[in-house]
Design a protein around this ligand. Structure first.
Ligand SMILES: [Ca+2]
Length: 325
């Protein structure tokens, strides 16, 4: 390459650098005008959570509620959320969960709470086998309910529209797709905020109701709690006090059984029989993953078979006796 060619190339590179710089600058200027203005000044006590703190205050949550939580030692420092512009399909291999061992565990749980399962089935029209399969796939019927601080996780997920999250996510998405549309990214951020901010507020409400510190509520990395892994707001919308002790406690197996039944019933499960496709559609309300819904149905089919064998045995005790002789 000759010297003039090199100069020309350098010139072109500089031009593209400036173009890129102006583009990014423009994009962030646009972001800051189309989003709420971030709070001015920073309180070191709240460890960088100013933006979410501001969102919560905007929703009417008082400083005396927020400051003790965000300044608590259990609340880690804020780091921006990087999200994908297109929601990615779950990579969980649900089909693997329908093993003989998992079916056995769900069946054992069913036998332990048989009466409650039958009551729930009558009350909500949702087969016991479906409820048991959901509880098994969610948490192995309460064995693994998650150890994450849900207030922290939901605060993090609520911060999608923070300038730091927008910037980090823009850069990450840009490396995947150089033609990424900034408005689509902003819309996705707003959607995430609209999903998770109400859940964060519901966490505060739930903590108040249960008379515990919000940072004592534990669950999954996505903020779901209890045997059925409900998001906090769903506890208020679909939770049921199945054992009638005056509290909705999703760590209580009976409340959990009733709550899953009620959730599906309120989402349209109104009768005992549906086609496989109809069942799949209804279960997608619980978890928007087709492999999840298919695994629930497959496990429920296996459980129903075990349950029917049980009924046959119990309805023909004499036959069984004779056989033994
Ligand atoms: Ca209860």
């Amino acid at each position: 390459m000759t010297i003039p060619q090199k100069i020309k190339l350098l010139f072109l590179l500089r031009i593209s650098f400036f173009l890129e710089f102006f583009f990014i600058f423009n994009v962030f200027a646009q972001a800051s005008t189309s989003l709420e203005a971030p709070p001015q000044g920073s309180n070191p006590q709240i460890k960088g959570w100013d933006y979410v703190y501001f969102l919560l205050q905007e929703k009417g949550i008082a400083e005396e509620v927020l400051l003790p939580i965000f300044s608590d030692a259990r609340m880690s420092e804020y780091s921006p959320l990087t999200f994908k512009i297109k929601p990615s399909e779950s990579h969980i291999n649900y089909a693997r969960r329908n093993s003989a061992q998992e079916q056995q565990n769900a069946f054992k749980f069913y036998l332990q709470y048989k009466k409650e399962f039958q009551t729930a089935e009558k009350k909500y029209s949702v087969p016991a086998s479906i409820i048991a399969a959901i509880l098994q796939i969610e948490t192995q019927c309460g064995k693994f309910t998650g150890k994450e601080l849900i207030f922290y996780k939901l605060a993090y997920l609520s911060s999608a529209t923070s300038p730091e999250s927008i910037e980090a996510s823009y850069r990450q998405n840009l490396s995947d797709d150089p033609e990424i549309d900034f408005d689509t990214l902003l819309k996705r951020a707003k959607k995430l905020e609209n999903i998770f901010l109400p859940q964060l507020i519901a966490t505060l409400k739930l903590a108040k109701l249960n008379k515990v510190h919000p940072l004592e509520l534990k669950g999954s990395y996505a903020g779901a709690i209890g045997f059925p892994q409900f998001l906090p707001n769903n506890v208020f919308l679909y939770g049921v006090d199945g054992n009638r002790d005056g509290k909705i406690d999703l760590y209580n197996p009976i409340d959990a059984i009733h709550s899953v039944g009620n959730f599906l019933n309120k989402h349209g499960w109104k009768k005992a029989k549906y086609t496989k496709e109809q069942k799949e559609k209804l279960i997608l309300h619980y978890n928007k993953s087709t492999p999840y819904a298919q695994t629930v149905i497959a496990m429920a089919d296996a459980l129903r078979l075990k349950m029917s064998k049980l009924t046959k045995k119990s309805t023909h005790p004499a036959k069984k006796k004779n056989k033994k002789k």
